[in-house]
Design a protein around this ligand. Structure first.
Ligand code: GDP
Length: 328
């Protein structure tokens, strides 16, 4: 039975990846942070077979302890302070976790591997936010990185550190440059989930309006369930590498609102959405749109769920969840 260790187990991707690996017959271990972590119960409910280890990306010895017990064949580093807007206010902690945390994870793998440095396969969750002020459209693995937030800068550090461990030690280390990927499990601070939750609440008469930031921003949004399959495929290759995962399509926040409101029968949402500078960012990334040709050709990967289907899935899930709550 192959064994995997996942950091960021409580997040959207951690849960989808755990489900995927368990279905493939893996023994799955997860590193969970903090005393009384409020998400522990969620993980135990959704994926009860995952073995949890207390640990923190900023604490190398805790990672080494988890490695010693799990003795994994594959390590997926999904843990991060992952919200771009928050990273401006908490640049230092973002740097420690999202940046230096990658070095700790790589060190834990290197030290646990002993002499056989290719024994454990490593996945780093890199991000399209590394492209920031984009130098090329669409963006691919070779596009010059120009991050535009403390989060993006920290991810660039982790990306190059992963490449360096591959080149310096011959480790099987891969970096997945994932464009935005969403699902009903997405955190409510991200724009897609904020919209799906708000639209669901408005449709049920529980909320009057939605307060948003920049409606002209555009993103390349895919479904998280499709993207974790790409992560796994990267680690099944004979050698580590860097891969963009994206849909190649871009949509604006306005289009997101169009599709979400239409799903609950509202065609004109102009009176229901306000804009507030509180949700604007000090700097925006430009036109983020990915070219996933390499993943398609080498990994045979492609996204299955399209933009409309994704948004409708999220709105439906939030409507059902709120209805459930009202019925109780
Ligand atoms: P990101 O790509 O990781 O920053 O993902 P987000 O979902 O947080 O943001 C995507 C885009 O939506 C950004 O360009 C934001 O400026 C824009 N946006 C507009 N209104 C909002 C809002 O109310 N909340 C969030 N999170 N983003 C918003």
């Amino acid at each position: 039975m192959p064994r995997a260790l996942i950091t960021g187990i409580t997040g959207q991707d951690g849960l989808y990846l755990s489900e995927l690996l368990l279905a493939k017959g893996y023994e799955v271990h997860g590193v969970i942070r903090g005393q009384n972590n409020p998400k522990r119960e969620l993980v135990q409910q959704v994926v009860p077979d995952v073995v949890l280890h207390n640990g923190d990306l900023t604490d190398l010895s805790s990672l080494l302890r988890a490695m010693a017990v799990a003795d994994p064949d594959e390590v997926y580093n999904l843990g991060a302070v992952s919200f771009v807007a928050y990273s401006w206010e908490n640049a230092r902690v973002t740097t420690e976790v999202t940046g230096n945390g990658v070095l700790n994870a790589l060190e834990a793998v290197r030290l646990h591997s002993g002499r056989d440095l290719g024994r454990i396969r490593f996945y780093q969750a890199s991000s399209s936010e590394m492209f920031g002020k984009v130098q090329e459209v669409p963006q691919r693995e070779t596009t010059l990185l120009w991050p535009r937030s403390p989060y993006g800068v920290a991810k660039v550090y982790g990306h190059y550190m992963t490449i360096n461990y591959r080149e310096s030690y011959g480790m099987h280390a891969s970096s997945g440059i994932l464009f935005n990927h969403e699902s009903p499990r997405r955190g409510p601070e991200f724009v897609t989930r904020k919209v799906s939750m708000g639209v669901a609440a408005i449709s049920l008469g529980l909320q009057e309006s939605l307060t948003m930031g920049n409606l002209d921003a555009q993103r390349d949004w895919g479904f998280a369930g499709d993207y974790v399959e790409g992560m796994w495929r990267m680690l099944q290759q004979p050698e580590g590498g860097d891969y963009v995962l994206s849909t190649g399509e871009t949509h604006s926040i306005r289009e997101l609102l169009d599709v979400a409101f239409a799903r609950v029968g509202i065609d004109d949402w102009s009176g229901l959405v306000e804009q507030d500078p509180r949700f604007m960012r000090p700097a925006e990334v430009d036109l983020l749109v990915g070219d996933a040709s390499k993943a398609r050709e080498v990994l045979g990967w492609e996204p299955k769920v399209g933009f409309r289907e994704l948004v409708e899935m999220m709105v439906d899930s939030d409507v059902a969840r709120l209805r459930d709550g009202l019925a109780r």
